[in-house]
Design a protein around this ligand. Structure first.
Ligand code: KG4
Ligand code: ZN
Length: 340
């Protein structure tokens, strides 16, 4: 059986057909990211309007391509869809409502139940699309443009929040720092900053702070680091490449240490990583290194599944199959890890 996933929490509109939570039949995706790049940040009203514009073509593409791939008729395809999984939150209300209403409409038209999915948990389930044998308990770490969270996953559906950022999300700090350094703003900031960091060569002595590195909890803070970059850049004592490298390294140091402590404290067998910042290859390498020889398995999704997409929403729906009545289903922009 297949699950149709729908994701519309921010500026990506995506629909995917997934078999048994693990096999991607097809995923379609459209983004209004370019528009927000021009304004230096997401404009919720613009993102919502683009969701409305994109949703039906993206749905149509997913269904049509899936039919071709499976060599079947539309009726037969729909017959084999067991559920519709949709992002319930967190996210932008105007964007979320488009996906949720689409899911409700398909639910009525096709007589299928809807599974609401927490977008943050969804990011972690990108791993189930590409990795086999993931063992619980696991620590989940979401590092995205809007979130930085550590979660204990005792089993599918059994999640405990361990800690998270007290101010800026990790990706947000990358994007704002990138803007300070004149590279870019919004979502291209992270990739451009990490590219600049790669250009740094020579001896390395850290200068920037590692906020909350030694705090006795699983919380993070990236706002002070961002400000420290601003002052360092203004002093003109270090190259752009050095500052980019030192900023990235500071983030990596904190994420890696807290992830390791969370795994030790919870006796986790695996660590599941997810979110757009996981596209950062230096971060991946540091996390791999940190757990080498510990017996803990490190899982991260391929780069194409790190950003927002509907494939992981369908996978999360498969493994967390809590159906909702249509009356009870509404978007929750402030949904937390432990809410349904
Ligand atoms: O998960 P995502 O698509 O959006 C949210 O759900 O929030 O993540 C987008 C974030 C952006 O902040 C972007 O700058 C960051 O992921 N990002 C990166 C890299 N690629 C994307 N951050 C650091 N290094 C990268 N290579
Ligand atoms: Zn996301």
């Amino acid at each position: 059986m297949y699950i149709l996933g729908i994701e519309s929490s921010c500026d990506e509109t995506s629909v995917a057909l997934i078999e048994n939570g693990t096999k991607e039949i097809y995923m379609s995706l459209a983004s209004s990211c370019d528009l927000h790049e021009k304004t230096g940040g997401v404009v919720p009203e613009v993102a919502a309007r683009k969701q409305v514009e994109f949703l039906l073509p993206v749905l149509h593409e997913c269904l049509t391509k899936s039919q071709e791939i499976l060599n079947t008729s539309r009726d037969n395809l729909i017959k084999h869809i067991s559920h519709i999984a949709v992002t319930k939150g967190p996210g932008l209300i105007g964007s979320l409502v488009v996906g949720v209403e689409a899911a409700k409409t398909l639910s009525v038209a096709w007589k299928k139940q809807v599974i609401p999915v927490n977008h943050l948990i969804g990011h972690l389930y990108a791993n189930f699309l590409v990795h086999e044998g993931i063992e619980f308990p696991a620590v989940g770490m979401v590092v995205s443009g809007g979130h930085t969270d550590l979660i204990l996953m005792k089993a599918h559906g059994d999640y405990t929040f361990l800690g998270g950022t007290l101010d800026d999300a990790c990706g947000e700090a990358f994007d704002k720092t990138s803007r300070t350094l004149g590279l870019s703003s919004y979502k291209l900031g992270g990739p451009l900053l990490s590219k600049k960091a790669l250009e740094f060569t020579g001896a390395y002595t850290p200068v920037l702070p590692r906020p909350m590195l030694d705090s006795p909890n699983f919380d993070f803070s990236f706002s002070g680091l961002k400000t420290a970059v601003k002052y360092l850049y203004a002093k003109q004592t270090h190259s752009l490449e050095f500052i980019a490298y030192d900023f990235q390294q500071a983030v990596i140091d904190v994420l890696t240490k807290k992830a390791k402590q969370a795994v030790i404290k919870t006796n986790a067998k695996s660590i599941l990583l997810g979110g757009g910042v996981l596209a950062n290859t230096a971060l991946r390498a540091a996390l791999d290194d940190a757990f080498t020889g510990t017996g803990v398995s490190v899982y991260y999704p391929p780069i194409r599944l790190c950003g927002d997409n509907a494939a992981y929403i369908a996978s999360a729906g498969f493994y967390n199959p809590v159906e909702s009545s249509l009356e009870a289903l509404s978007p929750n922009p402030a949904l937390t890890i432990i809410q349904n």
